[in-house]
Design a protein around this ligand. Structure first.
Ligand code: RIB
Length: 294
């Protein structure tokens, strides 16, 4: 069984600020860094660092060539990543002194996927292989339909949620990993309980993981439901915490780790990611997660 993460690769321009910039305000950043990120790339790194071999597909622009070498250093199989003309996807990320972030996303190459490219990538995968998706690339509905037709198992982190409900056949998704904002936009529910029960009503066969930031995470599938508290750490940068959780949780599903343990491992991994600067580079190795006993 192979795992493919088909998603975004972004250059993250990260500015350290006292507070998030307000309308009409100009503030001085105390630091700026350019990091490798994108929800697709981060989740591929998290899968690799959790100990699962992963292929990544997605597009980079001409200034994104670092993704090939660094991706391999992170343990990702990058053979399906392709370079297209024009700008790479990029973000402008504000990180305040509490480690909170806000993100402006420019799609760039991530919005240039063609059906021909999707077909070529998926031709290397078969029924029973796993496909991990987020919502930072174009042609997502086509990718979902094509992968489902092949019998691949689809894991969706519907982030950022955008018009995903109108455009994609979410009934084809086997595992949803989503946060409260995304859950609210998809279901209209305003509490975690309401979101989980609405997701269950609409997608009864799917496994649902609702992440709640500092308030932990809920897993629901059929009669099984578990709650996992978040681990309290000194936050430096919350960027990619959700991606870390997603990658580790999917890795745990593949390794058949019992759900309750898998939730705890994923929450620990996300907590460790928060203690470091950056996106992909902040994601811990499984060996660090195993040693983390808060
Ligand atoms: O989830 C964090 C990621 O979201 C960042 O790396 C940024 O690229 C945005 O896509």
């Amino acid at each position: 069984m192979k795992i493919l993460d088909f998603g975004s690769l972004n250059l993250d321009y990260v500015y350290s600020l006292d507070h998030m910039v307000k309308e009409g305000e100009t503030i001085l950043a105390s630091d700026v860094k350019i990091n490798l990120g994108g929800k697709g790339f981060n989740q591929a790194v998290a899968l690799a660092r959790a100990g699962v071999p992963v292929y990544m597909a997605g597009l980079v622009g001409e200034e994104g060539l670092d993704f090939y070498d660094k991706g391999q250093e992170f343990g990702i199989d990058t053979r399906h990543i392709k370079t297209v003309t024009g700008r790479c996807g990029h973000t402008i990320i504000q990180v305040d002194k509490e480690g909170n972030n806000s993100i402006i996303l420019y799609g760039g190459a991530n919005q240039k996927n063609s059906r021909d490219y999707v077909d070529k990538v998926l031709a290397d995968f078969d029924a029973g292989d796993i496909l991990v998706l987020q919502n930072e690339i174009n042609e997502l509905p086509y990718i979902i339909d094509s992968a489902f037709a092949k019998g691949m198992t689809i894991v969706l982190n519907p982030s950022p949620v955008g018009r995903i409900m109108e455009e994609c056949d979410l009934g084809k998704v086997a595992v949803f990993i989503l946060n409260e904002t995304e859950g609210q936009q998809i279901t209209g529910g305003t509490t975690p309980t309401a979101i989980v029960s609405a997701m269950d009503a609409s997608f009864a066969n799917a496994k649902i993981v609702l992440t709640l930031g500092k308030s932990g995470a809920i897993y629901h599938h059929g009669d099984e439901e578990y709650y996992q508290a978040a681990f309290d750490v000194e936050a430096v940068d919350t960027t990619a915490a959700g991606d870390t959780f997603t990658g580790f949780f999917v890795a745990g599903l593949l390794k058949k780790i019992p759900v309750k343990d898998n939730l705890a491992i994923s929450a620990k991994a996300a907590a460790l990611a928060v203690t470091k600067d950056g996106a992909a580079a902040s994601i811990p190795f499984m060996s660090e997660v195993e040693l983390f006993n808060p």
